[in-house]
Design a protein around this ligand. Structure first.
Ligand code: ZN
Length: 150
């Protein structure tokens, strides 16, 4: 395993063990449930908007290490961002986990997202890694109260 891969692994283990923003939000603008029946991942994402900006975001729920670490990294990255900025990060993440951009060559742009680059080699885990992002996306679009990967 390369040093970079080991670092990525550490980020995922750390966020799984000590997830950031892992609590319900008081007075959220929106909450959306996200399910990945294939793996059993189930999270609720809470978003508090201030106009077009995410004032606060948090999550609760359970699932595998990849899904929980991804929700944790996501919550830390999108807090304070506008819808447009979140959309850009979401697109980067999607490109990363589906293997259409090379993480090692885009580290500055990807930041902690790069930790999930290995997921592209495991198609079954792509849904685990993407679940929180799709759920957040639905919360920002206001398109419904729940999301399922199936
Ligand atoms: Zn999973």
């Amino acid at each position: 395993m390369s040093a970079l891969r080991e670092l990525y692994q550490q980020v995922i283990l750390d966020h799984n063990k000590s997830p950031r923003n892992y609590h319900p939000l008081v007075d959220p603008t929106r909450t959306v449930d996200g399910y990945n029946p294939l793996c059993g991942d189930h999270y609720k994402i809470y978003v508090k908007m201030d106009g077009d900006r995410i004032d606060d975001v948090s999550f609760t729920g359970t699932g595998c290490a990849i899904s929980k670490a991804s929700a944790s990294v996501m919550s830390a990255m999108v807090k304070g961002k506008t819808r447009e900025e979140v959309e850009r990060i979401f697109n980067d993440f999607h490109a990363l986990v589906t293997g259409s951009i090379d993480a090692d060559k885009n580290l500055d742009r990807l930041g902690k997202l790069a930790a999930f680059s290995g997921v592209s080699e495991f198609p079954a885990r792509v849904k685990c890694a993407s679940l929180a992002w799709h759920t957040l996306h639905a919360a920002l679009q206001g398109t419904g109260a729940s999301v399922s990967t199936e």
